[in-house]
Design a binder for this molecule. Sequence first.
Ligand code: PLP
Length: 450
Amino acid sequence: GTPGVAGRSEAYLDDRRHMFHSWSAQASLDPVVVAGAEGSWFWDESGRRYLDFSSQLVNANIGHQHPAVVEAIVAQARSLTTVAPFHAHEVRSRAARLIAERAPGDLDRVFFTSGGAEATENAVRIARLATGRHKILAAYRSYHGATGGSITLTGEPRRWPSEPGIPGVVHFFGPYPYRSPFHAADAAQESDRALAHLAEVITLEGPATIAAIIVEPVVGTNGILVPPPGYLAGVRELCDTHGIVFIADEVMSGFGRCGEWFAVDHWGVVPDLICFAKGVNSGYVPLGGVILAPHLADAFAERPYPGGLTYSGHLLGCAAAVASIEAFEAEGILDHVRRLGTEVIGPELAKLAANHPSVGEVRGLGVFWALELVRDGATREPLVPFNAAGPAAAPMGAVAAACRERGLWPFTHFNRVHVVPPCTISEADARTGLAILDEALTVADGFTTG
Ligand code: PLP
């Protein structure tokens, strides 16, 4: 049945009657009706305010309703809303140039999409056609989108109902020091062994059959897994050795989330293709894309690229991207993110880890952090089992509810709470949210057994 419909607004009732929601069993949904948002906060119809420690789906990097970005969309709407992808337009050209100028190394050409899944789909197509090979290696504990190809790349349970998916995708283990698949003792060993494993997968699959390796440089939804030093450089080297295209999926990690334009910038590694979306314009208008190295763009100099989207490089999305990139620079937002990460969020989360038996590990950088919750700090048994649903997931549900009751909107996944606020969050708001999280973690502590 429909929960609590008595006295609910038309917005709520129409949603419950006519909306079909993502990733959910439809019958028991009880969505918050969002009435407005500003900066790091949003509120519901009754004026109840939430501090957005999720940036919605980790996309509102510049915060909600940034005036310059909103104004750019309004101005563009008045000027011209839409042109077909085969035309050129000032704002689309400008967006492409601003993105290319901030991309690492020689990457300098942008294929626009409407979002992240289409970006990974097209990156795979580019790599396959340019190399004439078909296999794609993708990591377990990854998310690359929910369309046919991108869900096949995805290395977690959301892929399962869509199997078998597209042919030729092979999964491998990336580094994860806290739960090392390689039984490594430290970060250096984790990096070496993860690279040896990847090299062996390449050997056994046949290097000449592998078009691309796709990785999230910092794994997002599946755990904020920051790669140990040397790992991404090692992937680059393996790709170079075997003529494999290195695809960095920066849909979540890019555009400020890690305190750089792109997460790979932390390690000075230059991939062949970068997928982006989300933070490019904070999702004010849907926009994503693939940034190409010249050798891949040149593969389509004489033959046509067989792919396109009606809304590729939508003018409203591009106007928002231009305004957002300019605001990031004018307001020094990347510096702000770096400072928040090293001086506020990192140290405060370390205190939470020290004070709460339920916190097994904290990890991250910039405004991209995870707390991994455990029943027992010694055995590292997760607070809820992998992929838990229903009653088995109740402890995490209770932690999230404790946050929301106190006005904090958290991002949770499996046994983790992610701390992923807007890049523009003030230090005071960040501290407010972390103090609420401190209280909510006492709920998690109640489930510990260690
Ligand atoms: N790739 C990564 C790393 C993501 O985090 C996401 C979305 O969360 C996607 C791809 C898919 O993006 P979209 O939901 O815009 O299709």
